[in-house]
Every structure is written in structure tokens, then in C-alpha cells.
Design a protein around this ligand. Structure first.
Ligand code: FAD
Ligand code: PHB
Length: 424
């Protein structure tokens, strides 16, 4: 149980009136002297933090978002592309689906390439559901625009964010910006600051348990202004390593190849990347691959990670701050969305009805879904990548698993059900 805060009353200063600027504190504030207050302090201006702030603000709950990077930097990151129906619904409810409704591309199936052939997993036929292709970059831009339109408070380029008082019901955030120090008193603090953020690390080690698997390879991703090679995503298992053909629009492609953890982006000039991608695709696909200069190229290590529980006193963790999946199952952003769905409902119930039952249940409820997505992402990763350490036996196990998958409607349905997303 939490200590007493009247959930009906806004807490002191309406921060929206004093903190309007995206970039800086208004000069009327005296850093370090005037106490700022809000209801929910959110660390991290990625998809989790922005979506939570949007949902809460729409029902009148005040939030302040603290983001370490500039807006341009956040929008320069190319990441997820596949949204589950549950996330699509949540974005529509949150009033941030305009861009996705106009430009998103519903997909009814995916392909798995293996042994020179492509097998289709009919997502729609097997589950009745589809997934939406819409880039995280575009979604984040939509969220920023929606927050701006509502006068949401997002402070960028804040440094040294620190969390205080989460165990004794006096939660507060401090940070530095422009050489000045600030303090924000909150009723709750939500850590949406990704895997490398400060939130999880602020919990005493005895207050949490971590589970981790680090994979012995990474993904090299390339964005190019070329026509996608296929109308559906292709996941390829090849002796040279995994490859993925995805897209962002009819003129923008996103491709990935499994690479070594020692590789650096400079080791992969465009010609090498295209050559390697072609070598890992079935011949008829490689023959029609359109190549061109990369407009973004990055390497991501692959990791499975979960922390339990997702709450310590008045601090709650959501999204990548709490769990990481390897991107093979396209689940990371979608898990962030389901966390935010549970957490926003719990906070709304608290502020509307004074009920903390949802907050008490949040960790268990969110983790139940997280672990299932962890299992699926781990399984897809094992099915499709080359694992240096498993040898020929591992290769034969993969072959048996893939042969079984393509011969069994039950197995394909299981893949499809998880890929389109388990219910919230
Ligand atoms: P983040 O996006 O990491 O945002 C956290 C924010 O917090 C960042 O902006 C960061 O700058 C900020 N921050 C960090 N520390 C601090 C601090 N101390 N103070 C203030 N701010 C801080 N997921 C899918 O669902 N589908 C996909 O197809 C998919 N593909 C992917 C492909 C790749 C190559 C990668 C790398 C990931 C992919 N993901 C995918 C995962 C998805 O991108 C993440 O799960 C998602 O970004 C999580 O959102 P988040 O807001 O929780 O965290
Ligand atoms: C992407 O389009 O970036 C993407 C698609 C599917 C994945 C991972 C990433 O599994």
C-alpha cells in the first residue's frame, strides 16, 4: 500500500503552466530554489514515456517527461517496424494514430526462407489478425507532435537525472540542464528510460532480480531509399547467418544481417552489406533485390533480459528499462505498449477512484505477458540464427524444427499467434 496522497487533487503548481519549453526552463524559474511539482514524473522520452504521458494527460493527470537526448537525436534512431493489433488499438485510443492510419501498411503474412525456398506463414488465415508495418521513428514523431499540441511538458537534454524518496513516499527527481540544477516533486516516478537508463539502477540490488541471456552475435541494419524486395517480410535462415527483409514504405527498405559482435559499422561498406544480404536470400529474391546507398546503418547486439519486479515503492519500470528481447520476434516496442496499457489504467484508477489495486497488480500482470514474449523471441532467434557454439547437432535440430514448422498447421498457428501478439 502507498502512503496517503489525495488522488483527487492536483499536486500544487500546475507544471504545465510553468514549464512549456521543450528545450529549457523558463528564465522566471530559479533553479534549485523553486520547488516544481507534478503528479507523474516520467524518465525517458522514447515511445514508452511519450505514450504514457499522452494517455495520462488526456484524462487530466499531469506529467513531466525528462529526456537525456535532443529531440533530433531521438528521432534519428531507426528501430522497430512491426506493430501488433493491440498496440494499434492503444494508439488509436490515445489519439495518436493519424500518421499510422494514413501511412501504416497492414500485413497478412510473413515469409521464412530456408534451403533456398520461401514458406509463408499466413498470419491472417491462421489467427484472423494482421500486423501493422509502421516505423518507430514515425510513431515517435507522431507522439511528439501530439504532446506539443496538448502543451505536454518534455524537457530534453537533461543531465544527471537522479531519483529520490521512492521508498518513503516522497518521490522526487533532480537533474541538471544548462549548468543549473532542478528538483521536481512527484507522486509517482515512471522509469521509461530504456536498458541503459538510470531508473532500474536506482533500485537497491536486494529489491530486484535480473535474468539475462546475451547472444553471441548482433544485427547490422541498413535503411535505404530502394523499393522493398518483397511485399511481405522475409526472415531467412542461411548457413552464412540470419537475414531479414523489412520495409518502411513503398520506397524505403529496412534490411538486417546477423553479424559478429566484433564488427563495427565501418567494417560494412554498402557493397559488402548488399553482397552479404544477397548471398543469404533465395536466388529468385536476391535477383530482384534493388540496392542503393544506405541512409542509416547501425549494429545492435542481441539480448534477452527481464528484471523482477517492475516496481519499487513509488517507482515503476516500463518498456526497455525493464526487459529486452532480441528483435527477431518484433516484440520490444509492443511489450512497451502493453506495459503502458496496464500502467496507465492502474494510474487512472488510482487518480479517479483512489484505488491502488491496479498499481499493486501491475508488475505481475505485465510480467506475465513479458515472459511469454521473451520465450517467443528467444525461440525465433534460436530457429533462425547461426550459433557458433552449437555445431552440426544444433544445425540438425534447427532443420528438424523448421521441417516440423512447415509441415504442421498447429506449429504455424503457434508462431502466428505469438507474432500477431498475445492478448493484453
Ligand atoms: P527507448 O526507445 O530506449 O527510450 C528510452 C529513452 O530514455 C531514450 O530516448 C533515452 O535517450 C532516454 N534515457 C535513457 N537514459 C536516460 C536518463 N538517464 N535520463 C533521461 N532520459 C534517459 N520492437 C518491436 O516491437 N518491433 C520491432 O520490429 C522491433 N525492431 C527492432 C529493431 C532493432 C534493430 C532494435 C534495436 C530494436 C527493435 N525493437 C523492436 C525494440 C524497440 O525499438 C524497443 O523495445 C523500444 O524502443 C522500447 O521503447 P522505450 O521507450 O521503452 O525505450
Ligand atoms: C524492422 O522493420 O525494423 C523489423 C521488422 C521485424 C523484426 C525486427 C525489425 O522482427
Amino acid at each position: 500500500m502507498f502512503g496517503v496522497i489525495d488522488p483527487g487533487s492536483a499536486s500544487g503548481i500546475a507544471t504545465n503552466q510553468v514549464l512549456h519549453s521543450e528545450w529549457a526552463m523558463p528564465s522566471s524559474l530559479k533553479p534549485g530554489k523553486e520547488t516544481l511539482r507534478t503528479q507523474v514524473g516520467i524518465i525517458g522520452g522514447g515511445p514508452s514515456g511519450l505514450l504514457l504521458s499522452q494517455i495520462l494527460h488526456r484524462v487530466g493527470i499531469e506529467t513531466v517527461v525528462l529526456e537525456r537526448r535532443s529531440r533530433a537525436y531521438v528521432l534519428g534512431r531507426i528501430r522497430a517496424g512491426v506493430l501488433e493489433q493491440g498496440m494499434v488499438d492503444l494508439l488509436q485510443e490515445a489519439g495518436v494514430s493519424g500518421g499510422m492510419d494514413r501511412n501504416g501498411d497492414p500485413h497478412e503474412g510473413i515469409r521464412i526462407a530456408y534451403d533456398g525456398r520461401r514458406h509463408r506463414i499466413d498470419l491472417k488465415g491462421l489467427t484472423g489478425k494482421t500486423v501493422m508495418l509502421y516505423g518507430q521513428t514515425e510513431l515517435t514523431r507522431d507522439l511528439y507532435e501530439a504532446r506539443d499540441a496538448m502543451g505536454g511538458v518534455i524537457l530534453h537534454e537533461v543531465e544527471n537525472v537522479a531519483i529520490h524518496g521512492i521508498s518513503d513516499d516522497t518521490p522526487a527527481l533532480t537533474w541538471c540542464a544548462g549548468g543549473e540544477s532542478y528538483r521536481l516533486e512527484c507522486e509517482f516516478i515512471i522509469g521509461c528510460d530504456g536498458f541503459h537508463g538510470v531508473s532500474r539502477r536506482s533500485i537497491p540490488p536486494e529489491g530486484l532480480r535480473e535474468y539475462e541471456r546475451v547472444y553471441p552475435f548482433g544485427w547490422l541494419g541498413v535503411l535505404s531509399r530502394t523499393r522493398p524486395v518483397n511485399d511481405e517480410l522475409i526472415y531467412a535462415n542461411h548457413p552464412r547467418g540470419f537475414a531479414l527483409c523489412s520495409m518502411r514504405s513503398p520506397a524505403l527498405s529496412r534490411y538486417y544481417v546477423q553479424c559478429s559482435l566484433d564488427d563495427r559499422v565501418k567494417d560494412w561498406p554498402d557493397e559488402r552489406f548488399w553482397g552479404e544480404l544477397k548471398a543469404r536470400l533465395p536466388e529468385e529474391v536476391a535477383a530482384r533485390l534493388e540496392t542503393g546507398p544506405s541512409i542509416e546503418k547501425s549494429i545492435a547486439p542481441l539480448r534477452s533480459f527481464v528484471v523482477e519486479p517492475l516496481r519499487h515503492g513509488r517507482l515503476f519500470l516500463a518498456g526497455d528499462a525493464a526487459h529486452i528481447v532480441p528483435p527477431t520476434g518484433a516484440k520490444g516496442l509492443n511489450l512497451a505498449a502493453s506495459d503502458i496499457r496496464y500502467l496507465s489504467s492502474a494510474l487512472i484508477a488510482y487518480y479517479r477512484h483512489g484505488s491502488d489495486a491496479g498499481l499493486e497488480r501491475y508488475s505481475e500482470q505485465a510480467l506475465a505477458r513479458v515472459w511469454k514474449a521473451e520465450r517467443f523471441s528467444w525461440w525465433m532467434t534460436g530457429l533462425l540464427h547461426r550459433f557458433p557454439e552449437t555445431g552440426e547437432f544444433g544445425d540438425r535440430m534447427q532443420r528438424a524444427e523448421l521441417d516440423y514448422l512447415f509441415s504442421s498447421t498447429a506449429a504455424m498457428t503457434s508462431l502466428a499467434e505469438n507474432y500477431v501478439g498475445l492478448p493484453y
